[in-house]
Write a protein that binds this ligand. Structure first.
Ligand SMILES: Nc1ncnc2c1ncn2[C@@H]1O[C@H](COP(=O)(O)OP(=O)(O)OP(=O)(O)O)[C@@H](O)[C@H]1O
Ligand SMILES: [Mg+2]
Length: 483
């Protein structure tokens, strides 16, 4: 006789939205739901059901908070059977298993392929999926289900920019993109009369009847309307209404290659506290996308990272060298010439320019956003995290620091807007090397003519004495009033 039938398993009764995903027969489920809506408790119920059916379950979450909630739920559901010795619980490994079998629940904190490795499962649950490095699924998650034709559940809450700070995701929208893909597959299967292999679920924080309205009020009291829509209503918002850029603006101008670049600059926005260091490389060159040559900017790479000063300085110098850049440009922040003094020990030969911001970010960013509207800025390939900042940061409203966007603004201002516009956005002009009456884009000057020819990856040499060079200079006079 099977002794476990004599014991009670104390599972919570699922609320209606949990019931929907628990009863679905799909092999891949994605759950997009608001904060405190019962996501983790719902999948803990699922894990116990699978486990009691003799299956092997692996639960992974990037934060210890989620992990703890899941572990508490499964332990309390199976407490009577654990106490009776039917199942064995290991608090170090965070496993509950029937000794000598594959029947097991294992919980772990994991956020990338490496931390997920080393197991197999019939059911893999990835909680707070939006914070994980998405390669964890293709590299490790999917292969670990192969042997047993296992199932997978992805859970996420659309991240506000604030929560993206803790994210290990390469593309902050990877959860939203997977959700959209699964909805498409589901619709196609339904249309063809097949049982969907994948299913998408969406519910809001309010759909959890077990969370009090006071608790909900408490979570939402300091939220902006945008965060409320993302984190409580669980809407996947592609871009923030009122942001300075739109996805379509960036997407429409995206290119896969770039022409010869006349000038390349690395913009550095140093981290304040625990934030990232923005490092963006861009160049300027003649573009034919409008049918006739025009000077356009090409954003080449976003090398931003969160690390110690020595590491980000090395990253900036690596960007400078890779693209044979002319200059590193950085904002003098509270620590004076902090960026310059951090970069100098890494490479004293770097040509450096400090700028001082007196106007707010919005004032500095606006003319740069106008350049995008005029179709004069191209991103070379995708730059997901940078672009996400660009379409999410709200002038006057956002209280987080968009360091990547700032680095981009510095670099494009330097490249495209010339000294005059630069000064308009900056209080102090003593940092400029060029005399005030001349544009930094004075192609006609001796300084420019005597420039060495520079080979750059992805483009040939831009020679100021060539036809193209002369055209660029003419265009520069027309556009920027070069003398
Ligand atoms: N079916 C249920 N029965 C009773 N209480 C529940 C149920 N589902 C969730 N809860 C309770 O609601 C609260 C939120 O649940 P849970 O932690 O699972 O939500 P979540 O969406 O994972 O939250 P977070 O956004 O913080 O990760 C918890 O206190 C949990 O115990
Ligand atoms: Mg949770």
């Amino acid at each position: 006789m099977n002794r476990e039938h004599e014991y009670r398993v104390c599972l919570k009764r699922p609320h209606p939205q949990q019931e929907r995903f628990l009863r679905s027969k799909a092999k891949r489920k994605i759950i997009r739901a608001g904060r405190r809506s019962g996501k983790t408790t719902g999948v803990a119920i699922m894990a116990v059901e699978y486990f009691l059916d003799g299956k092997r379950v692996l639960y992974a979450a990037p934060t210890s908070e989620q992990f703890a909630q899941f572990w508490k739920e499964v332990k309390s559901a199976l407490a009577v059977l654990i106490d009776a010795g039917v199942f064995y619980k290991n608090e170090t490994e965070h496993t509950i298993e029937r000794t000598g079998t594959n029947q097991c629940i294992r919980a772990k904190t994991a956020w990338n392929a490496d931390t997920l490795r080393g197991d197999y499962a019939d059911l893999l649950i990835l909680d707070e999926w939006q914070l994980m490095d998405e390669t964890a699924w293709n590299d490790v998650g999917s292969p670990m289900l192969l042997d047993n034709n296992g199932n997978a559940v992805f859970i996420y809450t659309p991240p506000s920019l604030h929560s993206q700070e803790q994210s290990k995701a390469r593309d902050p929208r990877h959860g939203a993109k997977m959700f959209a893909r699964i909805v498409e597959e589901q619709e196609a299967d339904t249309k063809e009369g097949r049982i969907p292999r994948s299913e998408a679920f969406h519910f809001r924080s309010h759909d959890n009847p077990h969370i009090s309205s006071e608790a909900l009020k408490d979570i939402t009291k300091d939220m902006t309307h945008l965060s409320y829509r993302l984190e409580i209503l669980a809407e996947d918002i592609n871009e923030a209404p009122g942001a300075l850029w739109t996805r379509i603006l960036i997407d429409n101008a995206r290119v896969s290659n770039y022409p010869t670049l006349a000038r390349v600059v690395v913009g550095v926005d140093p981290p304040g506290g625990a934030t990232e260091c923005g490092i963006v490389v861009a160049g300027i060159g003649q573009c034919l996308c409008k049918g006739k040559p025009e000077l356009h900017a090409f954003v080449l790479q976003d090398r931003s990272l969160k690390d110690v000063p020595d590491k980000w300085a090395k990253e900036a110098v690596a960007g400078y060298k890779t693209f044979n850049a002319d200059r590193v440009i950085a904002e003098k922040n509270f620590g004076g010439d902090m960026v310059e003094s951090t970069i100098r020990p890494v490479d004293p030969s770097v040509s450096f320019k400090n700028v001082t911001a007196s106007h707010g970010k919005a004032v500095r960013a606006e003319p740069v956003s106008a350049l995008y509207e005029q179709g004069k800025v191209h991103h070379v390939g995708p730059m997901d995290v940078l672009e996400n900042e660009m379409v999410s940061w709200l002038p006057l409203l956002s209280n987080w620091s968009p360091n990547r966007m700032d680095a981009l603004v510095w670099v494009l201002t330097e490249l495209m807007l010339g000294q005059g516009a630069y000064e308009a956005a900056s209080a102090s002009s003593e940092d400029f090397e060029e005399p005030k009456h001349r544009s930094i884009w004075d192609y006609g000057s001796e300084r420019w003519r005597n420039r060495p020819r520079i080979e750059r990856p992805g483009g040939s040499v831009w020679d100021p004495d060539s036809d193209m060079g002369r055209e660029a200079a003419d265009r520069g006079r027309e556009l920027f009033g070069w003398s």
